[in-house]
Design a binder for this molecule. Structure first.
Ligand SMILES: O=C(O)CCC(=O)C(=O)O
Ligand SMILES: [Fe+2]
Length: 338
């Protein structure tokens, strides 16, 4: 418990040595918010949205959506719930606390394995599975008391939005409606909390990575998320009530490399805490799920770029890759390229 950044950082005047990143892993030169990253209004004309989303996926692998169907009230409830959760006394968090990332519902700090890290990340994370609710919700925190009821509603609303957006992406690619259903059965959440940091130029909230799953939806309350494009980091505007949608490795693979997946990271700031509420969709890693480029997208002019593989095999290799010390060569996709 003593390890949680939120339990010791209040009022600290300098960044403790084991949180001072080596220079190449620090946020680096000033990064400005990029206004070119598309913000798509899902109430606009369907054919316009399909084209906008397709273009955003090809160019950035990331976009924001507004008027997405998840109620603003529920989004505000989530912000309040997690503010309360991270501010609760330590005793109230004990039932979900763990010293490292693990299976089930876990509140952990920094990266995947605190004990083995050379340097720690300035973040605490609560993560858990979502569906089926009856299976997962008993493991969720029992405090605040409304947790299970409110998050239960959020899970359902976010799922509706996600399936709508996946159908729009499928339509843009020329795939049948429901094409992604088979590979988006798993829904999980991570709530990342980054307390104010006395010197954000020395620390890192979450290091650069691409999500291993299919697609991710992120609700944020403060600036801090950045993506890398053409070897430059760019900031994502924290638009109230928008979701940031970023593509994971599986969408890049299934699209036969026609869509991008976004490399992203999270930086800290010195004045306000930041919380990102993240929902991941992807294949169920506990079941055999075959992943391969969609047959419809493999043609003589666009030959197959990735092999067929089992998702659980990919996840094992991905975890091994991200546990390697930095700097790492290559990407987790290299093993699967033809
Ligand atoms: O906190 C953020 O903005 C990024 C979080 C993230 O990338 C993740 O949880 O995978
Ligand atoms: Fe991520």
């Amino acid at each position: 418990m003593a390890l949680l950044v939120s339990s010791w950082s209040n009022g600290v005047q300098s960044v403790p040595q084991d949180y001072v990143m080596p220079p190449e892993r620090r946020p680096g030169d000033f990064v400005s918010v990029c206004k070119d990253i598309p913000v798509i209004n899902l109430q606009n004309d369907r054919s316009e949205i399909v084209q906008q989303i397709l273009k955003a996926c090809q160019e950035f692998g990331l976009f924001q959506v507004v008027n997405h169907g998840v109620s603003e009230e529920l989004m505000a409830d989530m912000r309040n719930l997690y503010d309360e959760f991270f501010n609760m006394p330590i005793e109230d968090k004990l039932s979900v606390y763990s010293e490292s990332f693990g299976k089930g519902c876990t509140l952990y700090t920094s990266g995947l394995n605190y004990a083995k890290e050379d340097f720690h990340y300035w973040k605490d994370t609560l993560k858990h599975g979502c569906l089926p609710l009856e299976e997962h919700s008993p493991s969720w925190p029992d405090k605040p008391a409304r947790y299970r009821e409110e998050v239960g509603r959020y899970v359902v609303e976010v799922r509706k939005m996600a399936f709508n957006i996946l159908d729009i992406i499928g339509e843009g690619l020329g795939l049948n409606k429901g094409y992604f259903n088979r590979v988006s059965q798993e829904q999980a959440m991570a709530i990342n909390h980054y307390p104010p940091c006395p010197d954000p130029s020395l620390a890192m909230g979450i290091g650069g990575h691409t999500d291993p799953n299919l697609i991710t939806f992120l609700q944020q309350d403060q600036y801090g998320l950045q993506i890398q494009k053409d070897e430059k980091w760019m900031g994502i505007d924290p638009i109230p009530n928008a979701f940031v949608v970023n593509l994971g490795h599986q969408l890049k693979i299934i699209s036969n490399d026609t869509l991008k997946s976004a490399e992203h990271r999270g930086v800290t700031n010195s004045t306000a805490s930041r919380t990102s509420i993240v929902t991941f969709f992807g294949p169920n890693p506990g079941l055999p799920v075959l992943i391969e480029p969609a047959k419809e997208l493999v043609t003589s002019s666009n030959p197959q770029v990735f092999k067929s593989f089992q998702y659980n095999d990919f996840i094992s290799n991905y975890m091994a890759f991200i546990r390697k010390p930095l700097p790492r060569d290559g990407t987790p996709l290299d093993l699967y390229r033809l």
